[in-house]
Design a protein around this ligand. Structure first.
Ligand code: ADP
Ligand code: MG
Length: 626
């Protein structure tokens, strides 16, 4: 590239989403504005790490200046704070792509959440999650970014007041850093405190003390040399005994881009055939991108302290909530990212770290069940994805799984707990799925289980519909849906105070009649084991898909050919008994059969078979009682 392709500063508009975000930044009365420093320093450190990586293949990029550094310059008089790095730098084109759009998925998720909330809740959200470069506009009325890409003889400047447009222009080389980026913030009147040294020093130490690049601070117009306030040492290479909890928390926040604390910290060094260090964390709260469709993990891969990639997928996707890094001593530095993916060393690391994370969770579950329950509360629905994705670790995942059940009073129960309270003759682990715990707990299908004191797992997550149908078992007991097939409860005795209903001729008569009348809509009508209070319910036939799963697939537009449900009737219910004896004519009995089916469907959250006909039947019936 040459200097004669100079670019003049034409105003360009921000992407719509950026404008929205900027508007929030500018108008935020948000109290913890300090985070802008963390975001800009983290970008500067990323830039240094990118350079370190590119210089492996092209050492000339380092020029005369191989030591990465970040310098924060305060100018009280001018009311500015400048964050400079000697990292990879940006070309004008890079700036256009990255500083006018929203690229990173975390910020995208943040925006989605904002528009979903729509009620000004955003202020708190900024507090909990980083929103990158644009956070500069919380404290600055104008921002200039001057940058020179490593190895290039041109520089560019980006400027904006954060009000809808920005400019990019060529910059004079003499005004630009020799390499890297200089971000200058023109502080707002009420943010002048960010030009105060004691203030900035404190914030950087607290927020960025462990970024892997040394940080210096200096004051404009002062003769004093820049002072190093963070050493850029890699925390993970230090022995555990020398690290205090605060160090881990600070490091976690900068590596994970989270604002909470770690719920679990795992720091160890693997030795033997492969040598690597691991420093990972489980967050205390759910990261924003937890349910991003791409389900990417965020474990960074380093090789001998050089950042290589955060796309190595060190952990399986169902452990994507784990943040942190792995630093390998064995991988060759000059291997491309693509080749690293296929390296046997990487597979050994993936396996080792995944097993260790699960083992660590198991240990915690045993030793500190309450701390573990808090982790499960946040990430259980993600971990459960492993039950159908990771056959090899299924045992371990089943051991880690916790459930609310019909007898747990809102507490979490393990399958071991469940297995220890099986009823006489109980041969399956029963579960009920749905999308709301209370509604599942109130399903009529559970009545017969309750009457026998049989515990039922209540499964409210979408993933529950999938892993339960993979032929999985625990301790030799299959998982069985309470809304599928015959309940087969007759061998399990009723608890005291529950009488078995006798099935008289009148009931079998009505069942036969209803079966004929409803044959277009149900595959069977039968007397139920599972009802004690409700008159009817519907269940899926034995080998068909569970009702919930059917519903989910249908809502995803992948509706399978729907199997007709089975209508079960409660022989002990007074209405059913009376129906058998009633002298009502066939037309009336047909109406009632339909109404019963529709009632059962409504209890499942479904529409009546034919809403118009349903209304007419109901009205005919009401008219008779008047
Ligand atoms: P993120 O850091 O998550 O990508 P940001 O909003 O903080 O999101 O930054 C957006 C992008 O701008 C970065 O990905 C990077 O490409 C570019 N960028 C920001 N600051 C710098 C810098 N100091 N040096 C080089 N590139 C930078
Ligand atoms: Mg960033």
């Amino acid at each position: 590239m040459t200097t004669d392709s100079a670019i003049a500063p034409e105003p360009r508009a921000f992407e719509a989403d950026v404008s929205k975000l900027l508007h929030m930044m500018v108008h935020s009365v948000y109290s913890d504005r300090d985070v802008f420093l963390r975001e800009l320093i983290s970008n500067a450190a990323d830039a240094c790490e990118k350079l370190r990586y590119e210089a492996i293949a092209n050492p000339a990029l380092f020029g005369e200046d191989p030591q990465p550094r970040i310098t924060v310059t305060l100018d009280k008089e001018a009311g500015t704070v400048t964050i400079a790095d000697n990292g990879i730098g940006m070309t004008a084109a890079d700036m256009g792509e990255t500083l006018g759009t929203i690229a990173r998925s975390g910020t995208k998720a943040f925006m989605d959440r904002l528009s979903a909330d729509n009620d000004g809740g955003g202020q708190q959200l900024i507090g909990q999650f980083g929103v990158g470069f644009y956070s500069a506009f919380m404290v600055a009325g104008a921002v200039d970014v001057v940058s020179r890409r490593a190895g290039q003889e041109v520089a560019a400047v980006w400027s904006s007041d954060g009000r809808g447009t920005y400019t990019i222009a060529s910059a004079d080389l003499s005004q630009a850093p020799d390499r890297g980026t200089r971000v200058t913030l023109h502080l707002l009147e009420d943010a002048k405190g960010y030009a105060e040294r004691y203030n900035v020093e404190r914030i950087i130490k607290a927020q960025s003390g462990h970024v892997p690049v040394p940080i210096f601070i200096e004051e404009a117009g002062s003769d004093e040399e820049a002072l190093q306030i963070a050493d850029g040492a890699a925390l993970w290479t230090k022995p555990r005994s020398e690290i205090i909890e605060e160090d881990y928390t600070d490091f976690y926040r900068s590596v994970a881009g989270q604002f909470d604390k770690p719920a679990l910290t795992l720091h160890y060094r693997a030795e033997g055939r492969h040598e690597y260090s691991v420093l990972t964390f489980i967050p205390e709260s759910k990261p924003f991108d937890l349910f991003d469709p791409n389900r990417n993990g965020r474990i960074k891969l380093y090789v001998r302290r050089v950042f290589i990639t955060d796309e190595a997928e060190i952990l399986p996707r169902y452990l994507r909530f784990v943040r942190g890094l792995v630093d390998s001593a064995d991988l060759p530095l000059n291997m491309s990212r693509e080749m690293i993916q296929d390296s046997p060393v990487l597979s050994a690391i993936q396996k080792g770290v995944s097993n260790r994370v699960l083992a660590e969770l198991e240990k915690l579950a045993d030793a500190e069940p309450e701390r573990y329950a808090a982790i499960w509360e946040n990430f259980g629905s993600v971990l459960k994805e492993g039950l159908y994705e990771d056959y090899a670790r299924r045992e371990s995942l089943l051991g880690l799984a916790r459930f609310k059940t019909t007898s747990s009073n809102g507490e979490w129960r393990s399958l071991k707990d469940y297995a220890s309270s099986l009823k006489e003759n109980q041969t399956a682990i029963y579960y009920a799925t749905g999308d709301d715990l209370d509604r599942i707990a109130g399903s009529p299908q559970l009545e017969g289980f309750k009457a026998r004191g049989i515990e039922v797992l209540l499964l409210p997550d979408q993933v529950d519909n999938f892993w339960t149908t993979t032929g999985i078992d625990y301790d030799g007991k299959p998982f069985k849906s309470v809304t599928q097939g015959a309940a087969d409860l007759s061998l399990i005795p009723l608890s005291e105070g529950n009488e078995p209903a006798s099935v008289g001729e009148e009931v079998t008569g009505f069942v036969a009649f209803a079966k004929e009348a409803l044959r277009d809509h149900v595959s069977d009508v039968r007397v139920s084991d599972r009802l004690t209070t409700s008159a009817v319910c519907i269940v899926a036939p034995e080998n068909a898909m569970d009702l919930q799963l059917e519903k989910i697939l249908a809502s995803a537009g992948r509706a399978p050919e729907r199997a007709k449900p089975v209508l079960e009737v409660n022989a002990g219910h007074s209405l059913i008994g009376k129906l058998g004896q009633s002298s009502a004519g066939d037309d009336e009995r047909r109406d009632i059969a339909y109404l019963l089916l529709d009632e059962a469907r409504i209890a499942e959250g479904e529409a009546p078979t034919d809403p118009r006909a349903f209304v007419e039947r109901l009205e005919r019936l009401m008219a008779k009682t008047l």
